[in-house]
Write a protein that binds this ligand. Structure first.
Ligand SMILES: *Cc1c(COP(=O)(O)O)cnc(C)c1O
Length: 364
């Protein structure tokens, strides 16, 4: 099986499984789990924060952050397509009584600073209290530039707002921002620290490109984490002997950061290869490919072609996600293919060979 649906599908490597089996354990609700404590200390130091909190998922670390920054009736500024707004079941409103203020994106994935400024409400009883700005990096595989991230952090400070990064794939952003094809781990961490500087909290997924089976981290100040710990307990995220999971995350942060550039290169190979096939077969308007900045490839297809292609790929044990949409009277679909630890360069070559055959056989 070549599974491009998400970078969440990875299984622990043998070495990671060994680290999990060997992890010393305790009750983390009492703060007694040495493996969780070690992971939190390590991550805090690497990202340049006072501390970190381990939780079961990125959805939960985001919600903990939102509920630790905002009170009932406060407002959080978010992107229209962002996970915190669109893909987390409306958790901030349902569970946090927080009002989201979604804003439209620019083509590069950023939200214009003037739009953010314009959405900050004056202190007036008609309005919810704007309390928090949320960023997401990477967002849909796109990297928000360092200078932009710094501008938003500065704006938040000036307006006395808190700022949170949904950094589910922040290490992918850091890799891309080194500007190198195969950056060393130290160079990647330096970029990661620069990206999160000036922000009050960051959520990081260990279970995506980093390859751990479960877990996310929330980074922040001591004061923030004290509140966060209470919210985590409230949401049912206080785990007991979860050191085995933390050991996987710790292994991921120490062994799988540098290799992320392989996923980016594989995504490039895949996108370039699919584009070349589309050109060669004269399929271009029906089948267009966006060159990726990190590990997520998007293709935009005419709907019938997408349906055929995705179904036939699946028969050949190649999986990807397709979502259809309406565009200028035409039904189209976006395919998403994500590269990760369990996809090799030879899997990319196999996928391209299968794709060529399938697309050659396509008859509208
Ligand atoms: C995956 C993801 C999350 C949530 O992580 P889960 O561990 O799946 O809950 C949050 N934000 C972004 C941008 C993500 O891609």
């Amino acid at each position: 099986m070549i599974d491009f649906r998400s970078d969440t599908v990875t299984r622990p490597t043998a070495a990671m499984a060994q680290a999990m089996a060997a992890a010393p354990l305790g009750d983390d609700v009492f703060g007694d789990d040495p493996s969780i404590n070690a992971l939190q200390t390590y991550a805090a130091e690497k990202f340049g924060f006072a501390g970190a909190l381990f939780a079961p998922s990125g959805t939960m670390t985001n919600l903990i952050a939102l509920m630790s920054h905002c009170q009932r009736g406060d407002e959080a500024i978010v992107g229209q397509q962002w996970h915190t707004y669109k893909w987390e079941g409306g958790g901030m409103a349902v569970l946090g009584s927080i009002q989201p203020q979604p804003l439209a994106h620019q083509a590069d994935g950023t939200i214009a600073l003037t739009d953010i400024l314009g959405a900050i409400k004056p202190d007036d009883p008609h309005f919810a209290k704007t309390r928090l700005i949320v960023m997401e990096n990477t967002t849909g595989g796109q990297v928000l530039p360092l200078s932009y991230m710094q501008d938003v952090a500065k704006l938040a400070k000036e307006k006395q707002l808190s700022a949170h990064i949904d950094g589910a794939r922040i290490m992918n952003a850091a890799v891309a921002l080194t500007g190198k094809d195969t950056p060393a781990a130290d160079e990647i961490w330096a970029q990661a620290r620069a990206l999160v500087q000036g922000y009050d909290s960051v959520s990081v997924c260990l279970s995506k490109g980093l390859g751990a089976p479960v877990g996310s981290l929330l980074l922040g100040s001591e004061d923030f984490l004290k509140r966060a710990k209470r919210v985590r307990k409230m949401l049912g995220g206080g785990m007991r002997q979860a050191g085995m999971l933390a050991a996987a995350g710790h292994y991921a942060l120490t062994h799988h950061v540098e290799r992320l550039s392989e996923d980016h290169q594989n995504a490039q190979r895949l996108a370039q290869g699919l584009h070349d096939i589309a050109v060669e077969l004269g399929l271009l308007p029906q089948f267009s490919v966006t060159l990726p900045q990190t590990n997520i490839v998007f293709c935009d297809l005419e709907a019938n072609l997408a349906q055929y292609f995705v179904a036939e790929l699946a028969k050949n044990n190649v999986l990807c996600i397709s979502s259809s949409y309406q565009s200028n009277e035409q039904q189209r679909a976006k395919l998403r293919l994500v590269t990760h630890l369990d996809i090799s360069t030879s899997d990319i070559m196999k996928t391209l060979a299968i794709s060529r055959t399938l697309l050659q056989d396509w008859r509208p």
